[in-house]
Ligand binder design. Sequence first.
Ligand code: ADP
Ligand code: MG
Length: 222
Amino acid sequence: MLLELNHIFKWVTTGGRRIFLLKDINFKVEEGEFISIMGPSGSGKSTLLNVIGMLDTFNEGEYTFLDTPVHQMKEKHRANLYKEYIGFVFQAYHLIDELTVYENIETPLLYKKIKSSERKALVADMLDRFNIVGKKDLFPSQLSGGQQQLVGIARALIGKPKLILADEPTGNLNSKQGEEIMELFKELNKDGVTIIQATHSETNAAYGNRILNLLDGGWVKS
Ligand code: ADP
Ligand code: MG
């Protein structure tokens, strides 16, 4: 088992009333799975991915990641777990504007104790793999949406994560770019990387070996 969520609830309180963002989520993910989460806008897909990715907390329930109880963990320990095992691909790229393409991709390696020469080689491999060698000294604002997403994916992959979380990764791309990214995920998954993606697209969802539906913060029974 890679991860397990048991009775996860997340809410915000406004005017003394609880508004549930996640309602009694149970979820087991085995290593090597490719899971697609669908659901209308506002159904909680991003919230759930952020919880799984340890970028956001929850109010109730238990979350176990590689046999480690995430719900009992201090923030720093959680952040370390994230850095070691998880690559996150955001819909809106989340690149650092002040850093070049090269520096953005290198970022996750700076958190790990990897020598400068090895970092250089790893970044060069990624630039090559994504055909963006010529863009390495540009800043995100100088790239198209598709190119920025490639940089975002290169950054997510460079640390060789066990788990990739992708929040509508092709939402801002044209269909050809989207297909390329799905094919890339398929290849990574073949190599053993676990993938959980949120998507609106039936075509993209079909790349997964399991499709789950969210509505109002809870699973839709199927
Ligand atoms: P999705 O990704 O499926 O579109 P989200 O996870 O972004 O859905 O949001 C789920 C619901 O929770 C939405 O109604 C959103 O407005 C609400 N929401 C998300 N974050 C917060 C927050 N911090 N405070 C209040 N409401 C929030
Ligand atoms: Mg979302």
